[in-house]
Structure formats: C-alpha cells, structure tokens
Design a protein around this ligand. Structure first.
Ligand code: SF4
Length: 533
C-alpha cells in the first residue's frame, strides 16, 4: 500500500547566490526557457535511465510557453537536456537534429493541461518497456520545480541527489530505508506507480542500493542527478533571510555587504567563504569574457539586431556622445553582453539571460571608471548577489510572473548596491540605492519584439544599468529612499501579480503586438524558412 507521507522534503525555499541569482552559465536567449528546460530535460533523461524513444511535450494554451516555446529556446534546451548536455554546450542550436539522430521522436501539443503556472511543462516519456510522466515548472532565472512524477506530487528543484525506489508496497520499505540512510529525507510518494523518494547530498551507496533491489517488493530504482551547482542538505540553515534580518545579524560586526554575502552563501552551500569568493571569481571572468567577445562583433542569423555595441564604440571614440564616459562605457558593455547572448555565445544569467547585460555592464563599467581590481569586481558581484537573494526569496525573477520588473528591474537593483560598495559607500547607502532602483522599475512590462529576447530587452538592460548608477549616486549623496528594501521587494511581488498576463512574456501585448513587431516576426520566420530550404 502507498499512503502519502510528507516530512520536510519540500523544495528548499532558501535561495542560493549561485543557484538562483548569479548563474547559470549558459547559451540561449532566455534562462527561464533555455537553461530551465535543459535542467528539466536532464531530469527526464535520468527518470528513464537514459532510455527514451518517444517524448510528448504538452503546453497549456493559457500559459506563456504555448507562444514562446520555440522562439525563446525552450525546445532547444529541453532537447539538449534529453541528450544529457550542459547549459553552455556549443551544440545546443542543433539539439533538435542531434535528438533525431539519437532515434528519439518528439511531439509538441498545445492542449489544456489545467496548468496553474504560466511556465508548465507536462512531459510523457516512453520506450519499449515503460512510460513515465513528469510535470515541471520554470520559476525564473533557470530555476525549476518538478511538481509531479507518475501522478505523484513531488517538489524537486534539482538541488538534491534524488533516488526513487519504485516498489509494490511501501509497507516496511520506508522503515528499511530510514534505517539505512537515517540522516536523509525519506518520503513516500503515492501516484500511478508508487515510489519512495530519498533526497540526499550524495546518493546512497551501491551496497545499500543492491540491498534494496534484492527486496521482493522493490521493482527498480531511478537516480536523478542534481542539476543545480549548490546542493541543499538536511541541516541547512542561513544566518538571515531578509534585509532586516541581515542588518540585525550585522549589529556589532560591521561587515561589508560582500562579506555578509559570503557569510550567507557559505552557510547555504556548506562551503567556506574563501570558496564562495573563488567561485564568484570564475563567474566574473566569464562575464568579462562575454563583454570582450561582444566588443569584437558578433554574428548570428536568427536575430533582429546587429552589433550595436560597435556602433556605440565608434561614436564614443569620436567623442560624439552626450554624458560622461563611464555612462557610455556601461551602455557599450551592456550591449556587448546582450549581443553575445543573442548570438548563442556563453553568458551568465544574472539574474536571468534576458537581463544578463545590466549587472555586469554596470559593474564592469564603473570598475573601469574607478580603476578597480578584479577582486573589487568579485566583491561587487557578491554584494549584488545577496540583494538578489532577498528578491528571489520574496518576489521572483520570472518575467512570466512579474514582467520585466522581475528581470531587468532586479538586475538594476542588484547593480545599484554593488556600485555603491565599489565607490566606498556605506552598507546602508548600498541598501538605499537598491531600494531606489527597484522603486523606479515597478510595473515594467515584458513585451519582447518578434518573440526574441533582444528588443526592447537591450534598451531595458541599458535603462536598468544607468538607473543603477543614478540611484547609486543618489544614495551616495544620502538621498532618502523612504521605503525599506524588504517592503519594496514585497511590493514587486504584489505589482507583478497585478500585471496582466498579456504583458508578462506571452507575446500577446505591449510592443509585441504592434504592426512593426509583427512584421519583424514575419521576416524572421521567412528567414528561417529560407535557411531550411
Ligand atoms: S522585455 Fe524584459 S523581461 Fe521581457 S524578455 Fe525582454 S528582458 Fe526579459
């Protein structure tokens, strides 16, 4: 008999800087489409032990994916995931062909699946011996949650080693497993075919798995590998979850914002503060490489805009532009990063791929202007990361849920705090700058042109980065931000809930449905048809 037993094995709600905020390192236009779907695809592959011949993917007509799954890269990412690839695999643009070459057929249907989340994937996987079903949602910035496997409700974020022990009955099995892995989460999931779910930091040993398979009630075992870089664990704790709690934690310590970020992520990931710092250094170098690559000029057929950053560089060199050099360098760096993303190069989703330009563009541009070192940039990214943690835990980075406010708005809020810190401002000035920048982006809609994450995305990233600089300077001048950061973030959530779904990355409203945008979309489709002739 299978009776649902739930302990505390729910998806961790404690964001990690490297899971939720700064990352993944990826290719593709959108993290909530490409990176998230790739992670879902990898879990599907593991659920089938790598053996699949047919896959049915269903999207709800009322969700965002029905209109965006192809053009914004969900299909590309899913297919790569089914093949077991990483999110920055250079073969991703060709993943459909590779999947067909692997003998796996895919059908995509838009049908009413009763989805309650705009980014819902319902996937049926089959081979000659079995059929399994998985439902998952993309929650923003490449994060996911598997909500159902074979009819059983689950909560899998990809931050644990997941062992599913399929059996005829849970009677006695659960106790048996708990004796063998006493320190792990062990839950019984009752669906079409019941299984016991073990969530652990490492998979149970081969010896324990052999013992389980030797039991007459156990049918088979599936091991779902984690898809996130930072894993969770049973004794997980963090020193603070909100900005107010962080300030209380810092009383008498007088730590800088980047040090507080190191404290948080060290506790969240179970690694040392020095390891957090070096992990961020790797990310910073990838961000810097994206800027350098973009400034060399990028080429890609299936995009709307060319290398705008080169045009700006020419004007900047000719001293034809208005405003300070730092501001114009930031615009150029934001553009270069966005152009690398749009040409399928490697970027860091920070907090998302659609908003991958604002934060690094602002931080690298200011660092250049202030002559700061790589270590200073690493510290700035950590400061930005902890602001992102507060946003992730109380609001969202998903444009499908909170509009562009959730993406570029968040990026600007994170960058503002980082810039203040780089400029030698105080902790409270950093937080004030972040509050101001987020206040300025409330209600920003998501309405991509031609169903591509290029425009108005580029301009919105530039706006977020320059807004960050303006708010940093306001905070450094002790302007009053009036509303505490936590309250602004709660307001983001509330405002996002009220944005109409046609204005949340569905391609059904705003600039997306202007005659000019429709024409651009038609031209892109014609180009694709010509390419495949
Ligand atoms: S408009 Fe903003 S939220 Fe929408 S796809 Fe572009 S960057 Fe992302």
């Amino acid at each position: 008999m299978f009776r649902e037993i739930r302990y505390v094995a729910e998806m961790s709600k404690l964001p990690s800087i490297f899971n939720d905020v700064i990352g993944p390192v990826m290719r593709g236009p959108s993290s909530s489409h490409c990176a998230a779907s790739l992670r879902i695809g990898r879990l599907c592959r593991d659920l089938m032990a790598g053996e699949m011949t047919g896959i049915l993917i269903e999207f709800d007509p009322n969700g965002s994916l029905a209109t965006t799954h192809k053009d914004q890269g969900s299909d590309m990412g899913l297919f790569g995931g089914f093949l077991g690839w990483e999110a920055d695999d250079e073969r991703l643009p060709e993943s459909e062909r590779y999947l067909a070459d692997a003998g796996i057929s895919v059908a995509i249907e838009i049908v009413d699946i009763g989805a309650t989340h705009p980014n819902t994937y319902k996937i049926t996987l089959s081979n000659a011996a079995e059929t399994r079903r998985l439902t998952a949602i993309s929650t923003g910035g490449g994060m996911i949650e598997v909500t159902e496997i074979d009819g059983a409700a689950v909560s899998i974020a990809g931050d644990y080693c997941e062992t599913l022990v399929y059996s005829l009955s849970a009677d006695g099995l659960c106790e048996f497993i708990r004796e063998r892995v006493p320190h792990e989460f062990v839950d019984v999931r009752a669906g079409d075919s019941g299984f016991v779910e073990i969530k652990s930091r490492e998979f149970p040993s081969a010896e324990i798995l052999d013992e389980l398979l030797a039991r007459p009630d156990v049918l088979f075992i599936r091991k779902l590998n984690p898809v996130l870089p930072v894993l969770s664990r049973r004794d997980l704790f963090v020193p603070f979850e909100t900005c107010d709690e962080m300030l209380a934690f810092n009383e008498g310590k007088n730590l800088a914002l980047w040090e507080l970020a190191a404290e948080y992520e060290s506790a969240r990931g179970g690694i040392t503060r020095a390891e957090v710092f070096e992990q961020m250094r790797v990310i910073v170098r990838i961000m810097g490489n994206a800027i350098t690559t973009g400034l060399k000029g990028t080429k890609y057929t299936d995009r709307i805009l060319g290398s705008q950053s080169l045009q700006l560089r020419q004007q900047l060199d000719s001293r034809n532009l208005i405003g300070g050099d730092a501001n114009n360098t930031i615009i150029m760096y934001v553009s270069a990063t966005m152009e690398v993303k749009s040409s399928m190069g490697v970027v860091v989703a920070a907090p998302t791929a659609g908003s991958c330009g604002a934060l690094p563009g602002a931080v690298f541009g200011v660092a250049q202007s202030l002559n700061r070192s790589e270590d200073d940039i690493v510290k700035a990214m950590m400061a930005a990361g902890i602001i992102g943690v507060f946003i992730a835990s109380r609001a969202t980075f998903a444009a499908e849920v909170g509009g562009c406010m959730a993406e570029t708005g968040s990026g600007g809020g994170m960058a503002a705090a980082a810039i203040v810190m780089m400029a030698g401002g105080t902790l409270s000035q950093s937080i004030g700058a972040s509050s101001l920048a987020l206040q300025n982006s409330l209600g920003l809609i998501c309405d991509p042109i031609g169903n591509r994450v290029e425009a108005p995305c580029l301009g919105r990233n530039v706006m977020a980065a320059t807004n960050a600089v303006a708010c940093a300077n306001m905070a450094l001048s002790n302007y009053e931000h009036l509303i505490p950061l936590d309250e602004v973030i709660d307001t983001m959530k509330e405002v996002g809930d009220r944005i109409h779904n046609t204005l949340r990355c569905t391609n059904l409203g705003g600039l997306s449905i202007t005659p000019a945008a429709r024409k651009i979309g038609e031209t892109l489709i014609e180009q694709q048809a010509f390419k495949s002739c």
